[in-house]
Design a protein around this ligand. Structure first.
Ligand code: ADP
Ligand code: MG
Length: 718
């Protein structure tokens, strides 16, 4: 029985009854569980901080002594806030209240010494505190120390657990003489290499830090540890799976690819497109099945990458499939691909839900005989009646509409699993993608085709309606097309439907000489398609719609995107919508219609949109605001792992390092892999393989077992 494994009931201050509560409420069974029950925040009342010494974004709640200089009300009505300027005698800091404004202004006076206590938040280069606790400075009051604050459930309270109880119990395990002899939980090589805090000290500092600096080092160590094991786990499976699932080995770069590249390709590929094509080619040339996620911002040219990858399949006597989430998108892809494929004698066909029976039969036959080289379609492609002669590559566009299960079905159609390329315009930060999608390798097109003018993004209010109408009108007169989008978060929200209807009528009235089409989610699919089609063909010049505007529709002639009630959309969603324009060489506009009286945070959020068109920056900002669980595209999949200390939105750097070193270790220490598995080869720029000592390998194997014994085998799912 090691220290870590010791039953919690043997700890001073616990006993039978409390140990039962800890077990049922928090799944704390042994000493280790208790030590890893980290505070969700810390309070530092050990001393007074100066504003100048604040550093980093992960600060505990802390206290500062000083005076208010002034108070200042901002905003109107419900959005009102009170700003106080506080000084410690050297520097200034903003203190903000959103409620009880009058009372606060009456209570606190400039010139009096106060102690303010709260978690400093950091925004654009300076710190502020929101709703701090405030008391008049009392020199006789002793400091109360630096400690953790823990989650306590309702049931625990009923059984007599207080914050104090938990703190005491944890302090008891930390002062237990056995703690000094606990073994490292990370391979000691890594602790040394990355100058990490040793485990016993880190646990001590996590709960009862000596100071903020030590706490940050402890948190860093625990974050690294957590992410290291998550990545090692994911990578281990992907290597094992890679070894198990053979794939077609595309050895030829042949006639079709070259014929297209030299004679048909209508533009020069961007550097990013070329790089990604090389990555895909290398991946389909290993004899193992490719599972790759292709991320590229809207308009970055993913379709061309998909097509040229499909040609690689055709050149190797295989067929290819391109699956899109909607009929309109599939049709559009089909027309694009047909235009590229016909000159080189590659046969493309389209299969969707509305393909007529006779045509469908013919297509089924063509797929089975191998006469059709590339099939484009909707989920009709994965119906059981569809059989391929030799499906070599399946490309799935706008993946977040398809469940993982559907992907799995697609490749079960073959004896040899086809390569899979999943394309998404949802710019999930790379770090998050690696963790969410586990074993998918990630390629990124991080460059837009040349000659695009950046989209001008404007934030406007109802009082600017006329200006916006003039902009729309001038673009219509130049022959361009316009989107006007309304939020409809709840499909049956009557208020939303009403404002959409009114918006449509107003648009028709304002621009009587232009045809307006109208699309929303309550329509029958056929009617919706018909309205969309009017716009795609340029017959309707304005589209009034809810967000049902299909992701991925390509109407290069559209130059204005007006988004009504923009504050109700997430940043990533706004970015997707904005990406519908700016696809031609002319200047395009995105107008965000905001509410004049919206809060400061909303304005800050919308201003991010006017400041950058970089989808990755936007998605990172969005993730910071909303948290990774809410990210578009990750909702259905959900995070595979529950993280205790690390935060994917913030800890991208630690995650990348953890992944890199986990990879190097698995390559250098093959006994960590199941028998018969070959680790992936070291790529350019990756760490040299690291061979762990036998003891270190045992530590790792043990941790992986402890941490992941209960999780699902994700390798069997994607
Ligand atoms: P997305 O990545 O959003 O799917 P598309 O594949 O629809 O983007 O490409 C957007 C537009 O850019 C298309 O009209 C396409 O033909 C064009 N395009 C793609 N690659 C290039 C390139 N290298 N140079 C110029 N135009 C390109
Ligand atoms: Mg696309």
């Amino acid at each position: 029985m090691t220290f870590f494994d010791t039953d919690i009931k043997f700890l001073k201050g616990v006993g039978e009854a409390r140990s039962k509560t800890l077990k049922t409420e928090l799944e704390i069974v042994n000493f280790r569980d208790l030590l890893y029950y980290f505070p969700y925040r810390h309070i530092d009342r050990s001393r007074f901080y100066s504003i100048a010494e604040l550093e980093g974004t992960d600060l505990p709640a802390l206290q500062i002594k000083g005076q208010f200089i002034s108070f200042n009300k901002e905003g109107e009505g419900a959005k009102q806030r009170l700003q106080g300027i506080f000084t410690d005698g050297r520097k200034l800091m903003e203190v903000v209240w959103f409620s009880k404004i009058q009372a606060i202004q009456n209570m606190y006076k400039p010139g009096v010494d106060y102690v303010i206590f709260g978690k400093p938040s950091f925004y654009r280069g300076s710190y502020s505190m929101v709703h701090p606790e405030i008391e008049v400075y009392d020199p006789a009051k002793p400091p109360t120390g630096f400690r953790g604050v823990y989650t306590i459930t309702e049931n625990m309270r009923k059984k007599g657990f207080s914050m104090r109880t938990v703190q005491t119990i944890i302090s008891n395990v930390l002062t237990h003489p056995g703690l000094s002899s606990i073994p490292e939980t990370l391979p000691p090589e890594l602790v040394e290499r990355y100058h990490l805090m040793p485990i016993a000290e880190a646990l001590q500092q996590m709960h009862f830090p000596d100071n903020a600096r030590q706490l940050q080092r402890a948190i860093e160590r625990m974050k690294f540890e957590e992410l290291f094991y998550v990545e090692a786990h994911i990578l281990r499976y992907s290597m094992e799976r890679g070894a198990k699932i053979p794939g077609y080995n595309f050895t030829n770069i042949g006639e079709k690819f070259n014929g297209f590249f030299f004679n048909v390709l209508p533009f020069t590929l961007t550097g990013a497109q070329k790089r990604v094509l090389r990555e895909i080619r290398a991946d389909m040339h290993t004899g193992r099945q490719m599972n790759r996620l292709l991320q590229g911002d809207v308009g970055s040219g993913k379709t061309m990458v998909a097509f040229m990858s499909l040609l690689m399949a055709v050149d190797n006597q295989c067929q290819g499939a391109l699956m899109a989430p909607t009929e309109i998108l599939a049709t559009q892809h089909y027309e694009t691909l047909k235009g590229w494929a016909e000159p080189i004698g590659v046969k493309v066909a389209l299969l969707t839900g509305s393909t007529r029976t006779a045509a469908r039969r013919e297509i089924h036959a063509g797929l089975e005989s191998g006469e059709i080289d590339i099939i484009v379609g909707t989920h009709a492609l994965i119906e059981d009646t569809v059989k391929f002669h030799r499906l070599g590559l399946a490309v799935i566009d706008e993946q977040h509409r398809f469940g993982v299960a559907q992907r799995a079905r697609m490749w079960k159609k073959n004896e040899v699993a086809p390569h899979v390329l999943v394309m998404t315009a949802t710019p999930i930060p790379r770090t998050l993608a690696m963790t969410v999608y586990g074993d998918l390798e990630v390629s990124v097109i991080d460059e837009l085709p040349p000659g695009r003018k950046p989209i001008t993004t404007l934030l406007r209010y109802d009082s600017n309606r006329n200006e916006v109408d003039r902009l729309i009108y001038s673009q219509l007169r130049e022959g361009r097309q316009v989107y006007i989008v309304y939020p409809l978060i709840e499909e049956n929200d009557k208020l939303d439907l009403k404002s959409l209807q009114e918006g449509y009528e107003r648009t028709c009235d304002t621009f009587p000489s232009f045809r307006v089409c109208f699309v929303h989610g309550k329509m029958k699919p056929a009617e919706k398609d018909c309205q969309m089609d009017l716009f795609v063909r340029g017959k309707a010049r304005i589209m009034v719609a809810t967000t049902v505007i299909e992701v991925g529709v390509n109407v290069p002639n559209a130059s204005v995107m007006v988004i009504e009630n923009a504050e109700r959309f997430g940043l990533s969603q706004l970015h997707q919508l904005r990406g519908r324009v700016g696809r031609g060489a002319d200047q395009s506009y995105c107008v965000l219609m905001g509410k004049a009286n919206s809060g400061i945070d909303t304005k800050k959020r919308l201003n991010i949109m006017t400041e950058t068109t970089d989808g990755f920056l936007i998605s990172e900002a969005d993730m910071k605001i909303r948290g990774p669980g809410d990210m578009e595209g990750t909702q259905q999949s959900g995070l595979a792992f529950n993280l205790k200390v690390a935060d994917l939105a913030r800890d991208g750097q630690i995650l990348s390092r953890a992944r890199e070193v986990a990879k190097a270790i698995l390559r250098g220490t093959p006994q960590l892999l199941a028998q018969g598995c070959t680790p992936t080869e070291q790529q350019n720029g990756e760490l040299e393989p690291i061979a762990l000592s036998a003891e270190s390998a045992a530590i790792m194997a043990n941790e992986l077992r402890l941490r992941f014994a209960r999780t699902v085998d994700w390798s069997q799912i994607s």
